[in-house]
Design a protein around this ligand. Structure first.
Ligand code: AMP
Length: 452
């Protein structure tokens, strides 16, 4: 819930981008992107930001927070277009790309140049990009420090703006020491924005170390789902999950879909099953290389693949514009993850559906989620005859998937495995986002690591 003061700002007198004081090139850019009115976090943050204040923004992905910090930076750049201007720190590579895309889209009329500096990508081409003097650097912390230490001629001494995005996640991923290092080499005289979905003690400490007399703006979407989201569940025995999933993919074939699994193994297996049965599915999880992940995402975003089978690594921070349906193949253990997952659909006022597969072991979890969201899920109707007809084909596809994965695992033991390990080392600290995934060992039931 916003504080009374915050609520009155946005409710009594809804502002427009013009009345907030954006310059013409930015008014044109927001119009081109189809942003009609500022979102709550933008309406709260922009007036203070345009006055030059430091900002703490408590808001999560989907709230429009990126434009809330990008617009004032681009506006200031327009007034003083000299050298390296802003540095944005983000916890994951995908998020870093999305932030830079938004800077480029919003700054297209101004000629904003961005460089994305993230782990797992080629260091030399990043050094060349830095030498070209970008206005904005969007970086993950480990790789930025690498360039600060090793790339001749590169420094952040002229920086005017410093942004920490998803600060809670940065700190959860133990990027604290990397951020401290960066804070030591940027000018004291600067504007700082810190955005975080939650205000933890660690975030508060970071805030004290990095911001001066900040304004705190907050929108609460943390534990709620939007009213345009229709939430369903589907009850079945554990052994029937795959056939029910395929049946859903069939029934909803005209829609773009994200299917969430708890383990990398299931994400991989389900996408093979779906592809075997002719569905355009692509997996996304932390065990894929960086280029495979970006490839999967861009195939999905461009509409080339309409089903993304993802682990929770993919459920946060990603800006996937038009997902019609979210399917929870596994029910998330934490209600917070459920909200993040279903937040991939019904965005920006659009309608959307979520369907959660529930087995006899999940009843307590589903009740817990309903309690947190304050909404009861409806039963998704299924046709028993359709399921019976599909059963044999799905079982066959499932056997094929298991064999294909065995073959892949055997060939990975060779050259592929070595390549992956080298990439992990090169990615350094920035590869930590991979660890969010649950990785299954070859034997069923044996989990190597992960949250349960
Ligand atoms: P973010 O929370 O920054 O990840 O933004 C979520 C999505 O909302 C992105 O696709 C943005 O392009 C979009 N967006 C940002 N601001 C607005 C706005 N004022 N009106 C409509 N969509 C917006």
């Amino acid at each position: 819930m916003p504080s009374p003061e915050e609520a009155s700002t946005s409710a009594a007198n809804p502002p427009s981008f013009k009345s907030i004081g954006l310059i013409d090139p930015l008014l044109e850019a927001v119009e081109q992107l189809g942003y009609k009115t500022p979102t709550d976090i933008q309406a709260e943050a922009l007036p203070h930001a345009l006055e030059g204040r430091d900002i703490i923004g408590v808001a999560s992905t989907g709230s429009g927070k990126t434009a809330a910090f990008a617009l004032p930076i681009i506006q200031a750049l327009w007034n003083d277009p000299k050298g390296l201007f802003a540095c944005v720190i983000a916890p994951t590579r995908e998020l870093a790309y999305q932030i830079s895309q938004q800077f480029e889209a919003l700054g297209s009329g101004i000629g904003v140049r961005c460089a994305v500096i993230i782990g797992g990508m080629d260091v030399v081409s990043q050094s060349i990009a830095l030498a070209k003097k970008p206005h904005i650097i969007v970086a993950t912390p480990g790789r930025l420090n690498y360039h600060l230490e090793n790339t001749k001629g590169f420094s952040l001494r002229g920086l005017k703006f410093f942004v920490l995005d998803e600060a809670d996640r940065l700190l959860d991923m133990d990027f604290g020491p990397d951020i401290d290092k960066i804070l030591k080499v940027i000018p004291k005289e600067r504007t700082t924005y810190l955005f975080s979905a939650t205000m933890t003690t660690k975030v508060a400490k970071l805030q004290r170390a990095s911001l001066q007399n900040p304004v705190r703006v907050e929108v609460s979407s943390k534990y709620s789902t939007v009213s345009t989201l229709l939430q369903y569940y589907l009850f079945m025995p554990l052994s029937h999950k795959e056939v029910h999933l395929v049946n859903l993919a069939n029934t909803l074939a005209q829609n773009s879909m994200m299917i969430f699994t708890r383990t990398v193994h299931d994400a991989q297996k389900l996408s093979i099953i779906l592809r075997t049965l002719g569905f355009p599915a692509v997996p996304l999880h932390g065990q894929l290389s960086q280029s495979q992940r970006l490839g999967a995402l861009s195939k999905f975003k461009s509409g080339g693949r309409s089903i993304l089978v993802a682990t929770d690594v993919a459920s946060r921070g990603l800006d996937i514009p038009s997902v019609d349906v979210v399917i929870n193949f596994d029910i998330p253990t934490h209600s917070k993850d459920y909200i993040h997952r279903v937040g991939r659909t019904a965005r920006a006022g659009r309608a959307g559906k979520s369907i959660t597969l529930v087995t006899q072991y999940d009843i307590e979890l589903i009740h817990r989620i309903e309690k947190v969201t304050g909404k009861k899920m409806d039963l998704w109707p299924t046709d028993k005859d359709e399921i019976a007809l599909l059963r044999e084909r799905v079982e066959e596809a499932s056997r094929l998937a298991v064999n294909e994965m065995k073959d892949q695992a055997m060939s990975k033991g060779g050259a592929g495995g070595r390549k992956r390990r080298r990439e992990d080392r090169e990615g350094g600290a920035d590869n930590r986002d991979r660890d969010d995934d649950v990785v299954e060992a070859g034997m069923p039931g044996k989990k190597k690591k992960g949250r349960r």
